[in-house]
Design a protein around this ligand. Sequence first.
Ligand code: GAR
Length: 205
Amino acid sequence: MSQPARLVVLVSGSGTNLQALLDATADPAYGARIVAVGADREDIEGLARAERAGVPTFVRRVSDFETREGWDAALTTVVDRFEPDVVVSAGFMKLLSQEFLDRHLTLNTHPALCPAFPGMHGPRDALEHGVKVTGATLFVVDAGVDTGPIVAQVPVPVEEDDDVASLHERIKTAERAMLVDAVGRIAREGISVEGRRVRIGAVAR
Ligand code: GAR
């Protein structure tokens, strides 16, 4: 891994996880810097956060391409250009192609305790199921939907009066701390992935 590690962060929305990483990377001791922020749509707060921090941005919209494969290739090409050590998908609401994943170690953060409640509505599905504890998961992206090897998890209790918004907000607070901690340790100590076993700063046995 380069030192500081080079991060490309992908976003689709408000970008509070991105902001947590931007804040952390302001300290050189963190061991990583964000070399670019990419999005699949314009006019989102995530891009504005990157611009305010002086980080280069790019947008690749699926609707600007004739095929999904064309978009996949364009996204891979632009991310390649920034030579990231790690790509962080932080609220990026698109699946990435196998070619992209073969080229880039890609982490995704999900607002549920995987393998429970994959997909776009982790907090809603957890609430509807009636679980008492949910949380957030950082994982290495693979070909499935929120199925990849798990890097870190954090539990969050469900409160009796929670609705989807209040639960998701509490998950996001824990999720940001988990993301910042894990990405920093990966940047400083390295990561090994063997099958489903992920270790930070150690060779998997
Ligand atoms: C985060 O909670 C992230 O885990 C979730 O979207 C939110 C983005 O927040 N992602 C998914 O649900 C993907 N399945 P942010 O834009 O404020 O970082």
